[in-house]
Design a protein around this ligand. Structure first.
Ligand code: DC
Length: 232
């Protein structure tokens, strides 16, 4: 079976990573969570004094430090998905906190950050047989991807999903704060100058507001099989 490249883009917290992870397992593909990469740069910036409490970024300092940021993924057999490593340390939980979510979109607007991440993503995905999720995969990173999905869901449903995920991990979070964060990130991600979140002209839209995870998985697998056989 031919190994294709699959791009899953869309709004924050709409289940892209769950879809991508499950599909990767089903097909034996590599899953690359590109949001985790921007989150790792953000965590590094927070830990090394490049972001202050007022969310101001020392861009010159961070730019110089980019060469010291090494991001990699290692598959975790227990969770069935890759864990993110920052300079050799597993940061999978740390990068999902509200503090990181509140700082990540401004970091992801920086041209030098995007350049570094995009070139790593192209390298990781160059052999095909990959599923990447993010905001600019089908438009910038792999514009020739054989299958492009653009996922969305209502703001409230996305905030509720993120709330459930964080409370299940024991984080003490407020639903209204999360809703605000979801809307702010969508706004920044869609209005930034470089590689804004937009639907690729040839992407297939999935609004999963009223779909269960198994329903969306079945839809995606069927579609993928059709695209793979058409491209053989
Ligand atoms: O998918 P996520 O919520 O983990 O992504 C975190 C942030 O990273 C999101 O607010 C936008 C940014 N991002 C991006 O700009 N480009 C990508 N390819 C992936 C994520």
């Amino acid at each position: 079976m031919k190994k294709i490249t699959i791009a899953i883009d869309g709004h924050s917290s709409c289940g892209k990573s769950t879809m991508a992870k499950n599909l990767a397992r089903e097909l034996g593909y590599i899953y690359i969570d590109t949001g985790a990469m921007y989150r790792s740069v953000t965590l590094y910036a927070m830990q090394n004094g490049f972001i202050d409490a007022g969310h101001n970024i020392d861009t010159e300092g961070l730019k110089k430090a980019m060469a010291d940021i090494n991001i990699s993924f290692r598959f975790n057999d227990t969770t069935g998905r890759p864990d993110t490593y920052l300079n050799g340390k597993c940061v999978e939980n740390e990068i999902r906190t509200m503090e990181v979510s509140n700082n990540v979109s401004p970091i992801a607007t920086l041209g030098f950050v995007r350049e570094a991440m995009v070139s790593q993503q192209r390298l990781m995905g160059k052999e095909g047989g990959v599923i990447l999720d993010g905001r600019d995969i089908g438009t910038v990173v792999f514009p020739d991807a054989e299958l492009k999905i653009f996922v969305t869901a209502s703001d409230e449903i996305r905030a509720q999903r993120r709330y459930d995920e964080l409370t299940a991990k024991g984080e003490n979070v407020d639903y209204e704060d999360i809703l605000k964060n979801v809307r702010e990130r969508d706004y920044i991600d869609s209005h930034r100058e470089i590689a804004p979140l937009t639907q690729a002209a040839d992407a297939i839209v999935l609004d999963n507001s009223n779909m269960t995870i198994p329903e969306q998985q079945e839809w995606l697998l069927k579609l993928t099989r059709e695209v793979v056989s058409a491209s053989e």
